[in-house]
Design a binder for this molecule. Sequence first.
Ligand code: PBG
Length: 328
Amino acid sequence: MSFPIHRPRRLRRTETFRRLVRETQLSPANFIEPLFVCTGEGVRRPIPAMPGCYQLSVDELVAECRDLPALGISGVILFGLPDAKDPDGAAAADPQGPVATALTALRRAYPSLSLWADVCLCEYTDHGHCGPLATGPDGRVDVDNDRALPRLADAALAYAAAGADVVAPSDMMDGRIGAIRSALDRAGRTDTVIVSYAAKYASGFYGPFREAAGSAPAFGDRRGYQMDPANRLEALREVAFDIEEGADIVMVKPAMAYLDVVHQVKTRFEVPVAAYNVSGEFAMIKAAAANGWIDETRIMLETLFCIRRAGADIILTYFAKAAARALA
Ligand code: PBG
């Protein structure tokens, strides 16, 4: 008796079949575009390591978002570049600051766009760490976790009041989801969604972003609060805590080198999962493509499909517009 040869290629022969049996869909509805907003008017400053990305004043930001609804992109996440910084990052909660001003302008211009505000203090502290500093009993200078919490909650409240649908804390302080949730609830903002950067790793892939946001730490690094890239089970603990504290959506960051974590979070928990395709991942593809070493559009779509295949419902990506156009 002869053994039949299995012929999976039958279902790959034509694009029609390939489309028919495709297991993962990629749509602009999955995308959130990160944008950098600064003060002033008519400002459109290119970010060298992120070709096609800019620091934008509010008027330019509104113009930059004009095509998003028609492209079907779900929303944007805003990062602020304040004029002045201090040790505590007080400007993060400024209702007149660039992020709050931008949220109000975008809310008015594009009612259907999902408006996300990143909540962190590193762009607002003069030392570039994600919270105020304190010297511990052992003489070590570190971020004062519990003093950061009310600051983060104040920032989240200011963004919600300015029109944010979503606040997304990226600081990795312990207890910040609970602190933000109860502050929002107390203020009657029960509809504000919290997307927690739950498993955020201490990653070299954030390099271009820190240049874009002017948020590189002046000394030391973020390994005392962001996660060790070697850890996976710890990510599951972080996600569980954040869901318990009131996160509606949990994020894994970065995406490409952390797809095992994305996958496990998706299988283990019953909340929507976001993955952040970060600045260094974007820059690597852009740089290789600029050298003619890879096909940019092809690798962009392959990357985004694979992040979805791993289990991400939502992808934060600097490729949002280019990918939406390529998919149209
Ligand atoms: C702020 C923050 C960072 C990123 C998002 N929010 C930088 C960091 O933690 O140093 C990185 C995003 C990217 O690299 O695209 N804490």
